[in-house]
Design a protein around this ligand. Structure first.
Ligand code: URA
Length: 238
């Protein structure tokens, strides 16, 4: 009886997640597979710049880098936004940079776009506790401007060290800035979506940033398609 109720509750929550995401489809179709022609793993140049971590774990790494003053954002930030989630996550989500709320609380994706990210994860039965969430930049750029090339260059090694320690099986980049930065490309988001890329042997999916989805809800359907593909790959890799 309890199991039956739990199952009903899970199904109800899955439907609710889709409604929240604004797509209203049936629950995740586990039969869905990535069409083979879309699985194009593209080499990227960043991957050849090997940065390996000499830290025992993420806590030690955080302690070592959280007072960083390598770029000017160190002076304007309130909190260093390291990352959040499961240190052994199979899925790593990479966003752009902290916004005002993240800067205040020291955690990625806690503002409005974070609430949508939570719903996107819930729609594929994941959560910020099961995945790991980090950004290209650890500190908020003033007025939420895009990260400058030199800020990216200086901050990248921290993310690479995190990846080296977390050892995700899949990476999902949210939005153009994080996708271009991780994949070291100037390709458009449209050109990057719907194919698999690779970062140091880890498959990378590119999808829309939740902030963009909030401004342009008509992209939610495509984002939902991305989430379903991500879920299928996530399950197949575990
Ligand atoms: N947008 C991002 O890309 N990252 C955050 O942490 C918050 C908003």
């Amino acid at each position: 009886m309890t199991d039956k109720l739990n199952l009903q509750e899970l199904v109800r929550r899955a439907f609710q997640s889709e409604i929240d995401m604004g797509v209203g489809e049936a629950i995740i179709n586990k039969q869905a597979t990535l069409p083979s022609q879309t699985v194009v793993v593209e080499e990227n140049k960043q991957a050849t710049t090997q940065v390996t971590s000499s830290y025992a774990n993420l806590d030690e790494h955080f302690a070592a880098i959280s007072s960083c003053q390598k770029c000017s954002l160190g002076k304007t930030r309130n909190k260093f936004v390291y990352g959040v989630g499961n240190p052994n996550a199979d899925l790593l989500i990479i966003g752009e940079a902290p916004g005002a709320k993240e800067d205040e609380l020291g955690e990625p994706f806690v503002g409005a776009s974070g609430a949508l990210l939570d719903k996107m994860l819930a729609a594929i039965q994941l959560s910020r506790q099961t995945v790991y969430i980090a950004n290209i930049l650890k500190c908020r750029p003033p007025e939420n401007r895009n990260p400058l090339p030199e800020e990216r260059e200086l901050c990248f090694p921290y993310l690479y060290e995190q990846i080296d320690m977390i050892k995700p099986k899949l990476i999902c980049t949210f939005g153009l800035v994080s996708s271009q930065a991780l994949l070291d490309t100037t390709e458009s988001l449209g050109g990057l979506r719907n194919k698999w890329h690779e970062f140091r042997g880890v498959p990378v999916m590119v999808t829309y940033h939740p902030a963009l989805l909030l401004r342009n809800p008509h992209f939610k359907r495509d984002a939902w398609e991305d989430m379903k593909k991500l879920k299928v790959s996530y399950e197949s890799m575990r």
